[in-house]
Design a protein around this ligand. Structure first.
Ligand code: ADP
Length: 581
């Protein structure tokens, strides 16, 4: 995926705003914690020569004061950590929340380009890594940087010339770190991409287990998996090798620097420009720089790795949102159910039209059956009516209103949909029917009765409280279909969109689903993608689709008489004859 703009962690700063007070207190204790370092360096300067002189009283006094300073410092560190941890964690939580919310509102076509494994990886691992960077930056990088400044400031005050000599060694370390940094970022990006490919394959593999078993394709999938984990290992290895090289190289330069400072210091003591106490303090301070420098180096690497994650998160955030309602959308109240598709055209991908200049009028209360070969565009009409996608040409009118001008939520709430692919969230059956709507238990039972599902639900061990396993695998296909029908009729929608996907069901299950469907269709406008003779025979209007257009329409008898595509469809058994009682 191409990156448009570089994303920076600074963009996350506004997320800290609500926690400014806590942060303020945290920073105050951070200042106390950091200020203790130069004091301790000064105390070390007092202590070391006293040890050499054997002045035990001074040693005892200095040690006692040092102990007190250490105590103050550690208490301040605790308060700093505890005060800063909460805002840091909240920022990463907020980030994850924003992303999940964005996901709910993404334009479908844009979402479909990402695999579910990839999205899962981004929302878990990538979000975690970004959270970790935010946490480290607040909790570790900031105090380390302050420690560096405070201690180095003290060193400057002690001996400016020696400090300049020390500083001259710093650019070398900085160049090395940033050189490694960009390499580490590249390697991290690559390694993260491999993990998300791996996640995508795992999701596919889990969903496809029955398929793989049926085709005895275990070996094939294992080989694919092995290829993926090899790529993942190689990418990760490259990342780790870089880190493995970076630490000793930077460490060696640091050690050489310290030794050089010791030599310069010895010369300056000899020429009388520095006394032993000052030099001892200087060396103690110098040693106090090692820790923050090593923290800053490793945090810099994490920042670079986190940058790759942040960009992957932003990549989702920058995807287009589903088209918003107009500024002042019309409230349509209760839908009557007049629908008109007026010269509509639509394509998912440019240049590949799926609906071609299609027009269709449906009166309120009518049952319209859509028939036609697979790929004719029947489900796409549902998606367009629900405004999942926007037509490229033409308009869709609902009770005379252009659907693009009305409140989409209000409209969707009054449309019941039974799609071909039935999704279930884990939870109870009642929740699966309710799917977040604030409706009473008795309304749920009523809907289940209409869908011919109440009886089997009552026979389950916990009735409506029975928990559905992931994707509803503890129910049969027919039972799931009936729950989907109950879900669609709950709230008494004016308009019902049904995909009569019963081909995978056995005769008995199919019969129960048909009963549910028939009851669900009463007293509303219904558009049904039909596969059964029984359904089409009862429809007020049958619409025959082919390649995104309507090639014929009429009642069953009209169409049969015409000896056209419909008759051919019936003969080719695309519309199966099946008794419905
Ligand atoms: P039907 O319901 O009649 O079988 P669809 O409306 O599902 O037909 O599909 C019509 C055409 O649009 C098919 O060629 C299909 O491959 C394509 N199509 C359907 N959904 C998508 C999508 N989300 N993205 C891209 N192409 C799609």
């Amino acid at each position: 995926m191409q990156r448009k703009t570089k994303t920076s962690f600074l963009e996350l700063v506004p997320l800290l705003h609500p926690h400014i007070r806590r942060l303020g207190w945290g920073i105050l204790f951070m200042v106390i914690y950091v200020s203790c370092w130069p004091v301790l360096a000064w105390l070390a300067g007092q202590l070391i020569p006293s040890i050499g002189e054997g002045n035990l009283t001074k040693v005892f006094n200095v040690v006692s004061i040092s102990l007190l300073v250490f105590l103050i410092q550690k208490v301040a560190q605790f308060l700093q950590d505890i005060l800063l941890a909460a805002p840091a964690l909240r920022v990463s939580q907020e980030l994850r929340k924003q992303l999940f919310f964005k996901l709910q509102r993404l334009e479908l076509s844009s979402l479909e380009k990402l695999s579910s494994g990839d999205i899962t990886y981004r929302l878990t691992e990538d979000a975690d890594r970004v959270g970790e960077v935010v946490y480290k930056t607040i909790q570790d990088t900031t105090p380390s940087l302050m420690q560096l400044i405070a201690v180095f400031g003290y060193m400057l005050w002690l001996d400016i010339n020696l400090s300049i000599a020390t500083v001259l060694l710093t650019p070398l370390v900085a160049i090395l770190v940033s050189m490694f940094g960009s390499k580490v970022l590249k390697a991290a990006e690559n390694s993260q991409k491999q993990v998300s490919d791996l996640a995508a394959l795992i999701v596919e593999a889990i969903q496809g287990i029955p398929l793989v078993r049926a085709y005895a394709a275990e070996r094939w999938l294992e080989d694919r998996f092995e290829e993926e984990i090899n790529l993942h290992r190689e990418a990760k290895y490259k990342n780790l090798s870089l880190l493995a090289l970076q630490h000793p190289v930077v460490g060696f330069i640091e050690a050489a620097g310290i030794l050089a400072v010791l030599i310069i210091g010895a010369v300056r003591i000899k020429t009388g420009e520095l006394n032993t106490e000052g030099f001892s303090s200087y060396v103690a301070a110098l040693l106090m720089l090692i820790d923050p420098i090593s923290h800053l180096t490793s945090n810099f690497n994490e920042l670079k790795q986190g940058q790759a994650s942040l960009e992957r998160l932003k990549e989702i955030e920058n995807r287009p949102k589903e088209p918003l309602d107009l500024k002042n959308p019309t409230s349509i109240g209760r839908i009557e159910g007049h629908i008109e598709f007026k010269n509509i055209s639509f394509s998912y991908k440019e240049g590949l039209p799926v609906i071609n200049n299609l027009s269709l009028k449906i009166k309120a209360g009518e049952v319209v059956a859509l028939v036609g070969s697979s790929g004719a565009g029947k489900s796409t009409l549902f998606s367009l009516l629900l405004r999942f996608y926007t037509t490229n040409k033409g308009i869709i009118l609902l009770d005379g209103n252009d659907i693009n001008t009305i409140k989409s939520k209000e409209m969707r709430r009054q449309i019941g949909l039974v799609p071909q692919q039935i999704n279930m969230f884990s939870g109870s059956i009642a929740e699966a029917i309710r799917i977040g709507r604030k409706l009473s238990d008795s309304e749920i039972i009523e809907a289940a009765k209409i869908a011919n599902a109440h009886e089997f639900i009552m026979k389950l061990p916990q009735g409506y409280s029975t928990l559905l396993q992931e994707r509803g695998t503890n129910l049969s296909g027919g039972q799931l279909q009936r729950i989907a029908i109950a879900r669609a009729v709950l709230g008494n929608p004016s308009l019902l969109l049904l995909d009569e996907a019963t081909s995978a069901l056995d005769a008995e299950a199919e019969a129960s689903v048909q009963v549910g469907l028939k009851q669900a269709m009463k007293n509303r406008t219904v558009i049904i993608i039909a596969h059964r003779l029984a359904t089409v025979q009862e429809a007020d209007l049958i619409v025959v689709m082919h390649n995104g257009t309507i090639i014929d329409s009429g009642t069953h008898n009209d169409l049969l008489r015409r000896e056209g595509a419909y008759k051919e469809l019936c003969e080719r058994q695309m519309i199966k004859d099946f008794p419905t009682n």
